[in-house]
Design a protein around this ligand. Sequence first.
Ligand code: CAA
Length: 272
Amino acid sequence: MTSNTQTSFDPANPDKPYETIQVAVEGAVATITLDRPKALNALNSQVLAEIVPAAEALDADPAIGAIVITGSEKAFAAGADIKEMKDEVYPEVAEKRLFADWEKLAQLKTPLITAVSGFALGGGCEVAMLGDILLASESAKFGQPEITLGIIPGMGGTQRLTRAVGKYKAMDLILTGRMMDAEEAERSGLVSRVLPAEGFAEEVQKIAAKVASMSQVALAAATEMVDEAYRSTLEDGVEAERQQFWRLFDTADQKEGMAAFAEKRKPEWQHR
Ligand code: CAA
């Protein structure tokens, strides 16, 4: 760990504090913490207006090798803000593309780790699923309860949950609105790992630091190719992977990584 900066302020705009998130940087790991405790981190327009530029600024910073999005012990996020959205009407919601900007978090080049304690419901579950790696505390509870409000998931839940857990588990969760605990979520393929509630934040940092210690060109190629598996046929995906794999032999980090292995030393990445 080289630097250690704690900030609740937008580094690009230090006079204007964030109201709904906190941003902290430790070494090469940046952590964005959702911070609306009175509303169980419900995702209102202010959260969206703060988190997307914050994440994009961190993504553009070459010193950052992994971004973590997390919440509180009680709630990652209990969904989109129901009180804010209850009077919305059609077609205005379509015209302003309500919630579409959350998808920008899926387009970050830097590996995104979502770390869930407590409730990850509705939009909260959908933001958790934007992570490249989804870590869950034993206390995590996932669900898509939109049906109980007379709506359906609107931030990618019907698509990402189904791809993660398959049709029948996704239908069960989306049609009943029930929650599933961390153990069921792991068994179903929704989460990367379940970690003990005690020391959860520290373990998340260690995992993020491990990811951030890798070559950034290799990380970007790896995340792009795993995502390609969702978009393409197996044949096209394998060909796209080959192209990426071959291109990595044109990087300094491939030369360094393999030389370091042969010389029994740690690699020094140049991220190019
Ligand atoms: N929106 C707005 N406020 C919310 C909220 C939400 N999604 N979730 C919780 N809150 C608020 C509560 O209204 C309450 O505020 P007050 O103290 O002012 O009454 C505060 O947070 C604490 O919540 P509870 O008292 O309800 O806490 P609890 O521990 O008894 O229950 C809970 C926790 C089961 C998560 C419950 O809060 C709940 O069911 N929340 C709503 C979950 C939900 O339906 N999420 C889906 C939203 S729709 C969506 O996300 C659409 C999409 O796909 C984009």
